[in-house]
Design a protein around this ligand. Sequence first.
Ligand code: HEM
Length: 475
Amino acid sequence: MENISCPIFYFLLFLIALLLYHHISSKKPKWKNLQKGKLPPGSMGWPYIGDTLQLYSQDPNVFFANKQKRYGDILKTHILGYPCVMLASPEAARFVLVTYAHLFKPTYPKSKERLIGPSALFFHQGNYHSRLRKLVQSSLSPEALRKLVTDIEGLAISSLESWAKNNQIINTFRVMKKFSFEVGILAIFGQLDAKYKEELNKNYSTVEKGYNSFPTNLPGTAYYKAMVARRKLNQILSEIICQRKEKKTVEKDLLCHLLNFKDEKGQTLTEDQIADNVIGVLFAAQDTTASALTWILKYLHDDQKLLEAVKAEQRTIYESNEEGKNLLTWAQTRNMSLTYRVILESLRMSSIISFTYREAVVDVEYDGYLIPKGWKVMPLFRNIHHNPKFFADPRTFDASRFMVAPKLNTYMPFGNGAHACPGNELAKLEMLILIHHLVTKFRWEVVASEGTVQYNPFPIPHHGLPSRLWKEQEA
Ligand code: HEM
């Protein structure tokens, strides 16, 4: 007790309190120090954690919808340690993604960037991004896709036949992932040895698990294993590149475009840049397309009348191909108007990419509000797709709404502007081809459908939509 009454003790206590105060006030969120401009309405939630708990303790889409209902189309919040502005109007989304895209840079957590590979195009802006983007776009252009129809058809038929074997129950999302992975490999490498495919698949799956886990890089953790698998992927890709160079074949796939690239100074891409972009494209292609296909199967299953109409459209093509004896042509895939509308409506309803992230590189004023430099900006695609102002009765699946083109900038399942999805035509092509063979030769039933949504990380029907598939004549 004597010690406690000592003046030195009180001095030390005062010093500690001063240091603590300084520490806390220097960590005060930057938005509290802003002087100029009016911030959008909204709440920043709890100190430091913001609205993070609120977001993760409920369906994120309900969280976004409630925020919009309460504060309007432009609002502020605080998520995962960052102040954010959410934008739920087509004009605001266009402002950020198209008109003033140079004021907003792509932003991803460093842990995720390290796993995919920091040179992947979607982490970049400016010259490097547009060069890489041109390469990806040309490998996915209509001329390139036209040549893939037969191979994609082969993959669709063999996938469906294997799912229909032994009266088994399949996890629709999981099998669709396998299919979209194979199509992704085809677009990137053309024909690839089964040995490499298997190796890529195995290591890529480990990377994926780490991507969706807490990023602790300690031996034994999913993130650590993913980093090891990511390095292994580089080795496999290096071997494939080496073989490709030896063979000197002239292909038109993405790998070939990446290998042949030279900038105006004659500079080629490094092997790391090539690997990061190959993994990046595979990553962007797989779960998105698999999730969309899973939703399509659910929507068609839930609306037998619509399924019959899609069947009728596809049967006409099937019969003109002599009951499937002839292969599908590119022209036929361009002439599946109802099926195409079903795909568009499925993408609107499910809004797989519900929003995207950017970061303001300077203070920006929008609609009288300040978006401060360093804040995250989130165009909310799903809120726009589910706004009755743009899509009447938005919760109802109605493919016929796409008989008329949606209002400008209201339909963005593939994003908008400089980073909009370069794989959108490939994604739609593989969906059309798979649906063609599914509805003309197979039947399926959904084994368990609870009507709830699971995030994996994209929204999918609960448990990946367990289903059973069988050949039509076996019914
Ligand atoms: C239904 C399937 C798909 C959906 C819904 C989808 C959606 C999207 C969206 C919304 C973006 C923009 C993200 C942003 O602005 O931040 C994007 C970008 C991208 N997507 Fe897709 N995508 C799909 C399939 C594919 C496929 C099949 C590929 C490739 C084969 C692909 C490759 C890419 C790439 C490389 C980017 C980054 C583009 C850039 O940063 O310039 N996607 N995708």
